[in-house]
Design a protein around this ligand. Sequence first.
Ligand code: NAP
Length: 314
Amino acid sequence: MKILVTGASGFIGSHLKNKLREEGHEVYGMSRRPGQEFQADIRDTAKVVDFVRREGIQVVFHLSAALGSHPGGEEYIMDVNYRATRALAEALIPEPVKFVFFSSTGVHGNVPPGRPADEDSPLSPMSPYERSKALAEEAVMKARGRGLRAWIIRPGWVYGPGDRRTFKLFKFLMKNTPLPGNGRNHQHPIYIRDLVEASLKFLGEPPSPIYIISGDEILTVRELVRVACASFGCRQERVFFPVTPVLVASYPLRWFFSLMGREAPITPAKVSFFTVNREFSVERARRELGFSPAVDFARGTARAFEWYKRAGWL
Ligand SMILES: NC(=O)c1ccc[n+]([C@@H]2O[C@H](COP(=O)([O-])OP(=O)(O)OC[C@H]3O[C@@H](n4cnc5c(N)ncnc54)[C@H](OP(=O)(O)O)[C@@H]3O)[C@@H](O)[C@H]2O)c1
């Protein structure tokens, strides 16, 4: 198949593109920087649609996005993640193309402990990034209602080789410092290969429009520090301290760094890792797609550690 992957220079996009190529597809990567087959800003809808038409693209995996700690601020995040996605989805309605949008489980916000959210749970986005994804989902669903062959993937927290974002977390854990929060909120990780395998299912015709894709394990922050530190060689038991001072400091820090166009070392999005509860059900994906994550957090972090060492990041 002829496939366009937007965000192909990023963590997930690069893995997805490689896998699709291995499977024998004709894949075009898109990013703003040189190095991909197609260079464009996702906000330039006409250019992207023109490329899709000209090349006869059959499937668009739409991954390009400004992530949670992006220094561009709420307007920029809304532009890239919501308005550009809405414009692209609407413009592709008349085209004979499938559209697979990478949203985020973040659209569910802070999930009540012990009650994993599923695809039908109410959306409760809290940050600009999460709101932008929730709005983009709504736009994609509207376009689907008007004839676009569209699906939405909501990945959990994705980690693995090549991931710069989680790498910062691992580096932080390696400092062996006390951690903010109480360590009892849950996180729901998925190893990159499992997400990529699941993404291939969308080359078919999944029966539902939306799927949560995440791993088998839901861990408290205390548990995940223990497991990750077993691989990364850091202190497995930590003291936790109240999060409020860190959270309060994160707002002016984010503002200050954004003046220089840089991501702050501490942002509200990063702090939320230690406070917000993320628990999801992947039952629909198991049942309807035959999804079965293969890599647990212990093996995944060990593989990530080895990769970081080999790549000279550690
Ligand atoms: N990583 C996770 O844990 C996670 C979890 C849930 C959902 N997701 C979603 O999965 C997707 C991929 O995430 P990721 O972790 O791979 O992110 P990433 O590594 O930060 O990659 C983001 C990609 O988006 C591209 N991009 C950003 N702004 C753009 C613009 N204005 N025009 C064109 N391209 C633009 C970047 O390309 P250039 O900068 O080279 O242009 C890059 O290729 C995103 O939609 C994200 O919301 C990720």
